[in-house]
Design a protein around this ligand. Structure first.
Ligand code: SF4
Ligand code: SF4
Length: 362
């Protein structure tokens, strides 16, 4: 018996490295009203592109992206589980080092560069199987789609209280992607069970209390937003809660029992961690010139924060760690050419001096 086209697509997706694959229809995503409410409350912070009227209309209806769309293939590519590698590395820093932490999705190459090749290969496979060129669109987080909603409807998992898509066999360390197709495929059954139950670990662990009861989060307070998408100062009242995170934050995923029990260690090889990225030596990072930053983070998601934002974050982490040995480095670099970096270095210096003074008074 010949395997159905749906099964062939799924098998090929697995061969290309996707752990998760499911199929849904092009119907409007069920949680669009929650998204609209989230925007109305201003919780998208400075990410104005999310509230653009044309983009919103497309998010509400995938057929405004591809009018003949009949099916959407939703895929999940696994990245490294930070509960294994990150914690171990951090517990054993080199002598004299003061280390930061980077969200695990950013430990290797930028997924925007890794995914297209795989998605194009899957489209090519579908065209070969059907014997025709097929109008399609594919996206990995850059498209106007409610990705997690579509993933849930394609059977991949449920949206947890931490707002991530969680798969019961594999956890949540996934990057999602979608392929819109113009012919009908048998959709998978939506994932309808909420497996969070009475657990509240992510809500309890979030350092800035930004996870909201309706499974959204207030980006204005989320460390991931503050250290990546935010292009200006980090509000002073939120700086202490950032701890030593210098690009993103994984706390609400690291505490999740579904990741602690089931998420595999290794992600896709194309996203393999690069040396010294997960727990960077903050003294070295703070000294990066614009050229060194561009060289070091070529093809890395960290490039998105630009040197300005990354060094701002490094300064905050150094201030939070409060190691007296960092003072001389911060003082030596306190005249950085970028006002944003300079202001955050000044804050870190004040914080460490205050700590030093209170210790000597005690
Ligand atoms: Fe909270 Fe960090 Fe999760 Fe943002 S990423 S919701 S700050 S735990
Ligand atoms: Fe759900 Fe608990 Fe995981 Fe949060 S930590 S997403 S409540 S299972």
């Amino acid at each position: 018996m010949t395997a159905s086209l749906e099964s062939q697509i799924k098998e090929q997706a697995h061969r290309l490295g996707f752990t998760l694959v499911g199929i849904t229809t092009a119907e409007p995503p069920p949680h669009f009203p929650v998204y609209e409410q989230w925007l109305a409350m201003g919780r998208q912070a400075s990410m104005d592109y999310l509230s653009d009227a044309r983009v919103r209309a497309k998010r509400a209806n995938p057929r405004l992206i591809l009018p003949e769309c009949q099916s959407i293939v939703v895929l999940g590519l696994r990245y490294t589980n930070p509960g294994f590698a990150g914690e171990n590395e951090e517990k054993n820093p080199l002598p004299g080092q003061v280390n930061g932490r980077v969200a695990a999705y950013a430990w290797g190459s930028d997924y925007h560069l890794v995914m297209p090749e795989k998605l194009q290969a899957l489209v090519k496979f579908i065209e070969t199987q059907t014997g025709q060129a097929i109008p399609n669109r594919w996206y990995t987080d850059t498209g106007p789609l409610l990705e997690r909603d579509l993933a849930m409807r394609a059977s991949l998992g449920w949206i947890g209280k931490n707002t991530c898509l969680i798969n019961p066999q594999h956890g949540s360390y996934f990057l999602l992607a979608e392929i819109l197709l113009v012919f009908p495929l048998e959709p998978d059954a939506p994932f309808e069970t909420d497996r969070c139950g009475s657990c509240t670990r992510c809500l309890d662990a979030c350092p800035t209390n930004c996870i909201l009861p309706d499974r959204t989060l207030d980006a204005r307070r989320c460390i991931s937003y503050l250290t990546i998408e935010n292009k200006t100062e980090i509000p002073e009242n939120l700086r202490p809660a950032i701890g030593n995170w210098v690009f993103g934050c994984d706390i609400c995923q690291m505490v999740c029992p579904w990741n602690r029990r089931f998420a595999a260690f290794e992600g896709d090889p194309a996203l393999a961690p690069r040396a010294r990225v997960p727990n960077p030596d903050l003294a070295i990072e703070l000294s990066l010139s614009p050229e060194e930053f561009n060289r070091k983070f070529k093809d890395s998601p960290i490039k998105r924060a630009k040197r300005n934002g990354y060094l701002r974050n490094i300064a905050v982490a150094l201030g939070n760690i409060g190691d007296k040995k960092s003072l001389s480095i911060l003082e030596a670099l306190s005249q950085d050419q970028e006002p944003l970096v300079k202001e955050h270095i000044a804050w870190a210096i004040d914080r460490i001096r205050e700590k030093k003074n209170s210790e000597s008074d005690a």
